[in-house]
Design a protein around this ligand. Structure first.
Ligand code: ZN
Ligand code: MN
Length: 504
């Protein structure tokens, strides 16, 4: 009775490149900016008589992702040849997994604007990517092919039709990417085409006499490579199905029309019919005779499962419970190594801190995430380093020591940033840099008074302006006094003394 009218029912197939150094079946490098056809060998060129050799790292990453998605890892997964002819796939078949994938039956909880949507995972499997076919621009009647991408490890993740809007489809795609990047399974670089989405969309149109659900004809949209086009294409299909169904409620049904495959044009914002959907038997799947089935050692699987870190959603919840804002919790949980660094840093700061536990749980946490989100992030961008490299050059204990020097007032905040940069460049502890460069903050009021007097004497005009009501001149005098101290004065003390001397 209360069945939702024309409820969108959406499943998503996601392909992502795995973060391996080499291809799935040969030692060719996975590189995105190499000259065309320079990262190829007889295996990925599909020469006769060559044999594939399975990339162990790719299998491990695939199993890790399947485990992170709460999948079962069956005792046996097998490889199959999926046949089709396309010029960017020289073997004329793709090695994939047909009926026995390496991961089955999982789920992912997705946050959609504050609501949690659980999306079931039907299967996770490993396969190889094809090359890239480029059609001549400017009217040339030919195409060229680059086979560098041929044989790149691809993970395919197929969801249950548990998605019910374009917004949810996008949120699910983003959550998958976040998880994969977080775990180091994929770089998830959308610009490089490392993720592609294929949603299938239909609307539920009530039930038949036997109570089975009925649907509009499922359309699968191929090869979307951004979150924006995923969201737009799904929204477009939902509206198109609704229109077609309302125009012909008897004819526009899955039983009558079956499935279709459609393309998407981002510029016009329209989908278009490509072909009626091929069935599995069209691919003439055959077991791959050159690869042994994958029969994972249970102990190895258990170890992989146990080694999974705390996942982003749990970590975000824990940070929010610690009192951090949702935005900061999200930023820290962006990457596992950043979250780990924050955890290590707060612990190290607590160990060094001579003040009470309250300081650590309030101010201490804030200081730690400020340093990470500002200066660690900035350094990663500037140096193009990843968090693993950062951590080896500046372990959390070292940054904690610097934080302690700033918080105790031994050096001021600006000096702290200077020391931070120097620590990273020179790989030295903070105390050593402070000592070598004589950066200890001057908080002695006698010494600071002398700097303030110097600033007042040398800037009579600013003093006059300030006393005449131009309050902005205060900043100028403050800066001059700090400069006189070589940047080492405690700014709070400078401010107090300067205010007193100016009589304000
Ligand atoms: Zn190769
Ligand atoms: Mn596939």
């Amino acid at each position: 009775m209360s069945e939702p009218q024309l409820a969108p029912t959406i499943g998503l197939e996601v392909h992502m490149h795995l973060a391996t150094r080499t291809k799935l079946f040969c030692p060719c490098a996975v590189e995105y900016d190499a000259p065309p056809n320079s990262r190829v060998c007889p295996v990925c060129l599909g020469m006769p008589g060559v044999l594939p050799v399975m990339n162990e790292k790719a299998v491990e990453l695939a199993v890790r992702m399947a485990l992170a998605l709460n999948c079962e890892i069956p005792d046996l997964a097998k490889w199959d040849r999926k046949h089709y002819y396309y010029p960017d796939l020289p073997k004329n078949y793709q090695i994939s997994e047909y009926d026995q994938p390496l991961g089955v039956g999982g789920w992912l909880d997705v946050d959609v604007a504050g609501r949690t949507v659980r999306v079931g995972i039907i299967r996770v499997h490993l396969e190889e990517d094809a090359g890239k076919l480029m059609h001549a621009e400017g009217g040339g009647n030919y195409s060229v092919v680059d086979l560098n991408r041929t044989g790149t490890p691809l993970l395919e993740i197929v969801s249950q039709p548990d998605i019910h809007s374009a917004e949810e489809a996008r949120a699910y795609g983003e959550a998958l990417r976040q998880l994969a990047v977080y775990l180091g399974i994929s770089r998830g670089d959308m610009q490089l085409g490392q993720m592609r989405f294929e949603p299938n969309v239909s609307l539920r149109i009530g039930s038949d006499a036997a109570g089975r659900p009925r649907y509009t004809p499922i359309s699968e949209i191929k090869n979307l490579n951004s979150f924006r086009s995923l969201e737009r294409a799904v929204a477009f299909e939902i509206a198109r199905h609704r229109e077609e169904y309302e125009a012909d409620p008897e004819g526009y049904t899955l039983e009558k029309l079956g499935k279709t495959t459609r393309g998407w044009r981002d510029d016009s914002g329209l989908s278009f019919l490509q072909r009626s959907k091929e069935e599995a038997h069209d691919y003439r799947y055959l077991p791959e005779p050159d690869l042994v089935p994958f029969m994972p050692d249970r102990k190895w699987v258990d170890e992989l499962r146990a080694s999974l870190p705390e996942l982003p959603a749990q970590r975000i919840a824990r940070y929010i419970a610690m009192g951090l804002s949702a935005e900061i919790a999200q930023a820290l949980a962006d990457e596992n190594l950043i979250g780990q660094y924050f955890d290590d840093l707060t612990k190290a700061v607590a160990r060094l801190s001579k003040t009470s536990g309250d300081w650590v749980s309030t101010r201490g946490n804030k200081v730690c995430h400020d340093w990470i989100l500002q200066h660690v992030r900035r350094t990663l961008n500037e140096k193009k380093d990843d968090m693993g490299e950062f951590r080896s050059k500046m372990p959390a204990e070292r940054l904690a020591e610097l934080i302690q020097l700033v918080e105790e007032g031994k050096i001021n905040r600006n000096t702290g940033v200077e020391v931070f940069n120097e620590m990273y460049a020179a790989n030295k502890p903070a105390s050593k840099i402070v000592e070598e460069k004589g950066l200890v903050q001057v908080a002695d009021s006698g010494a600071i008074e002398a700097f303030v007097d110097q600033a007042i004497a040398a800037n009579a005009k600013a003093v006059e302006d300030y006393r005449g009501g131009k309050k902005a001149s205060f900043g100028r005098l403050m800066g001059e006094a700090m400069k006189a101290s070589g940047g080492k004065a405690n700014p709070q003390v400078v401010k107090e003394i300067l205010l007193k001397k100016l009589g304000g």
